[in-house]
Design a protein around this ligand. Structure first.
Ligand SMILES: Nc1ncnc2c1ncn2[C@@H]1O[C@H](COP(=O)(O)OP(=O)(O)OP(=O)(O)O)[C@@H](O)[C@H]1O
Ligand SMILES: [Mg+2]
Length: 322
């Protein structure tokens, strides 16, 4: 199969100025090594503030990297600039949570979905229109001719998110980051849009990073899961195995909070983990999860940071219990 995306010890820090002379590092991504194989969907799950969006943006080279390496199809893209970066951007696209932030309210659907084709110099109008029609058909915005000259405000929330999916898909990317793609869509449209994404992904063998705080949807729409906590990956594995037998105490806590396996009927729930998620600007010593962990071992978990250990070819966990 081969990896499409791989990172090694990736770090993204933000610096907040606290006073004239003091600044504080927010370690949003703090040493992440992961890989996603061709045609695979990796779900990245974790509570708010764990660094999911930042990691997704780092894979697309949309944020400045502090350290580490990103490989795309085996090639180091960490330092890409200019033309090289532009050509990578053609193969790697994003779908964001809020369609309003990714599509302009002043452009009609024809222009919104064709824009990436113009940016990437698909010169013939006929070819562009063919790609435009195909993209809109793929997301079931039918009949296409009736949608083309509408504006975002003429559409429902679900339709708007389909437009942003069409825009991401129009260049036929190899790698797509979907960051909470349905969390702002009304519940009645969520499952349908997720199924649509899953089908597109499978049909075109797209390599997919699906970011969600919700393990129930990860269960349905991913092949593997990576659980993120305070900038690090604490557990990875085949989706079914992680859900059936979560190893890391944090994953167990996240799972305990999932009320409904049906993505149509779920509510936004808080995990059954004591305490608030700590801040990435103040990461605890040792295992970052230790202050909230029920299996905490004194003088070990608060001292040494556990590394991500491979227990079997498809299972890794970063916890002193293993
Ligand atoms: N541009 C920025 N400047 C400073 N800090 C940032 C910036 N972007 C993110 N952060 C911080 O980095 C950490 C990780 O944020 P991120 O948005 O990646 O988390 P997330 O897992 O996507 O959360 P959510 O589930 O709420 O979307 C947080 O502490 C956040 O406040
Ligand atoms: Mg986010």
């Amino acid at each position: 199969m081969g990896e499409v995306i791989e990172t090694r010890e990736l770090k993204v820090y933000f610096f907040l100025r606290r006073s004239l002379f003091r600044q504080r590092a927010v370690k949003a991504v703090d040493g992440v090594s992961l890989r996603i194989e061709r045609g695979e969907t990796l779900a990245l799950v974790g509570e708010s503030g764990s660094g999911k969006t930042t990691l997704g943006r780092a894979l697309l080279r949309l944020v400045e990297l502090r350290d580490g390496v990103v490989l795309f199809r085996g090639r180091d893209i960490t330092g890409l600039k200019g033309k090289g970066l532009k050509s990578f951007r053609r193969s790697a696209q994003a779908i964001f949570q809020d369609p309003y932030s990714s599509i302009s309210p002043y452009m009609n659907i024809y222009d919104i979905v064709s824009e990436p084709l113009l940016i990437h110099r698909v010169k013939e109008k006929e070819k562009r229109e063919k790609m435009l029609f195909r993209a809109l058909e793929q997301v079931n915005l039918l009949p296409v001719r009736e949608i083309l000259y509408k504006y975002p405000h003429n559409l429902s929330g679900g339709q708007r998110q389909r437009v942003s999916i069409a825009r991401a898909m129009v260049l036929e990317p190899e790698f797509v980051v979907a960051d909470e793609p349905v969390s702002m869509v009304d519940a009645s449209n969520r499952a349908e849009i997720l199924y649509l994404l899953r089908n597109l992904q499978k049909e075109k063998s797209i390599t997919f990073l699906y970011i969600t705080h919700d393990l129930a949807s990860a269960r349905h729409f991913s092949d593997r899961i990576a659980v993120m906590y305070l900038g690090t990956i604490v557990e990875t594995g085949i989706t079914g195995r992680v859900i059936e037998e979560p190893l890391h105490p944090y994953t167990r806590g996240l799972l305990a909070s999932v009320p409904e396996p049906d993505p149509l009927n779920r509510k936004k729930l808080r995990p059954l983990i004591p305490g608030e998620p700590p801040s990435a600007s103040d990461v605890p010593s040792g295992c970052p999860f230790h202050p909230r962990c029920s299996d905490f071992i004194e003088r070990l978990c608060d001292k040494a940071r556990p590394s991500l250990k491979e227990l079997s070819p498809e299972r890794s966990v970063a916890c002193h219990l293993f």
